[in-house]
Design a protein around this ligand. Sequence first.
Ligand code: GLA
Length: 381
Amino acid sequence: MKSRISEKFRTLFGHDGEFFASAGRINLIGEHTDYNGGYVFPGAVDKGIIAEIEPNGSEKVCVYALDLDECVEFGFEEENIPQQSWARYVFGVCREIIKRGGKIGGFNAVFAGDVPIGAGMSSSAALESTFAFALDCLFNLGIDKFELARIGQSTEHNYCGVKCGIMDQFASIFGKKGHLIRLDCKTMEYKYYPFNPEGYRLVLLDSAVKHELASSAYNRRRESCERAAAAIRKNHPEVEFLRDAGKEWLDEVKDVISEEDYRRAEYVIEEVQRVLDVCDALERGDYETVGEKMYETHHGMSRLYEVSCEELDYLNDIAKECGVTGSRVMGGGFGGCTINLVKDGLYDGFISKAKAAFKEKFGHEPKVYDVVISDGARKLE
Ligand code: GLA
């Protein structure tokens, strides 16, 4: 990928720039908890974005997306927002840096990536993080890593219409080879956990159903949670996020909020606890408990939070039938993939069964990605 980028960069701009990369992410457990101030447990993966970039001394940006064979130019004013959705991520990152007082100039860039789009592995965070990290470095801005992640998140909010939490951008900036990161999204405290489940493999099965994260469904989930938290806050002013409440406090407002908001909040409160349970289990090397919690999450995401779909429920059922230790829909949902914790000895049988059964029912095989936990945003030498 790097050599293809380099070749194109030379053809377009006549010389060489500097290389930066960032990663997509998985999340072992803790879904839709980030914007509720709860815990998440992601890690960066070995699939990401690589960009070659060079300041060009002008006030214009010229970015070429190699995979799409598309070039976009824009200036830094709000009204210069590009049409192409991929370019909005780059534009948004520039705007968010400028809003924070960062002084950047124009630049040329060529980028390419291998994070499957729409699989729920956050290709958009990889793109944002690559550019945020690179611009910080190239223009000596001295932005701290949390702020780099927030720049990506604000890009989603303000230029892409998704009111996402901080998990994806955090994972893609802070990712570390061989480690998952437990993040408390309220305090932003985090801890690296070595992740090397001996005797098990972590594998993603991509339903190839396109998730519509940007679609209002994701934002509506968030609004439900905020309404529930606001209702609880009337009785318990210390509740800033749903994460601060327990089931009992939610039950106090059961008749005040809608039945739907109640279910959404119930899922979130349970999910926050599951992350802590999984971290404890991991420290004991108790993968059976990790797996059980993953199945519980799937059930909650499917029945209470309603972000699963027929294809993902089916993949989850097959995992159960094959004796897979843990399986659940990963990421925002509405399509994308399941993440599966499977014993070495069961791996081959599970994959071939899942492929065949899924194809039989939906007409195509799911894609299979073995998870390799890798580094996040970085400069490449
Ligand atoms: C998307 C969002 C994240 C998070 C997950 C669900 O990936 O970008 O902030 O909310 O969905 O856990």
